[in-house]
Write a protein that binds this ligand. Structure first.
Ligand SMILES: [Zn+2]
Ligand SMILES: [Zn+2]
Length: 132
């Protein structure tokens, strides 16, 4: 089974995910822009049982980060572990987005990725049907 590892910038928090993600996407929403300080985020979703971590982290409204270095890491629920792909140790990764959400917030100089589902606003991050 494929294992991918990741960590925060200072190395206090480490994690791993086992198996393949159920979804990989880009989010351009205003909250993701603000939390990341960047134009968009790339996320990937695994079942919660495929995820484990070591080290203490903080969580704000479901968004977990290292309290020491501030690096964004993941969002954990009972069902899912949604990773910020930039926190993986691989750079570049072997993951590719299949959909984009909140496309209406996408920077004007960016274009839609080819061969991806485009969603004007939100949808469940893990169901890539309902392209508009
Ligand atoms: Zn850290
Ligand atoms: Zn978002």
């Amino acid at each position: 089974m494929k294992i991918r590892t990741g960590q925060c910038l200072c190395g206090r928090v480490h994690y791993e995910v086992r198996g393949e993600p159920s979804g990989v996407g880009l989010c351009h929403c205003a909250d993701c822009r603000r939390e990341s300080g960047s134009a968009f985020v790339m996320f990937a979703i695994w079942p919660r049982h495929a995820f484990s971590s070591t080290g203490d982290f903080s969580t704000y409204e479901g968004r977990s980060f290292c309290f020491a270095c501030g690096a964004r890491l993941f969002n954990l629920t009972d069902e899912e572990a949604e990773l910020r792909v930039g926190s993986l140790d691989m750079a570049p990764t072997d993951l590719k987005p299949t959909y984009e959400i909140w496309a209406k917030r996408r920077e004007n100089w960016l274009t839609a990725l080819p061969d991806t589902h485009q969603h004007h606003e939100d949808q469940d991050h893990n169901s890539a049907s309902n392209a508009f």
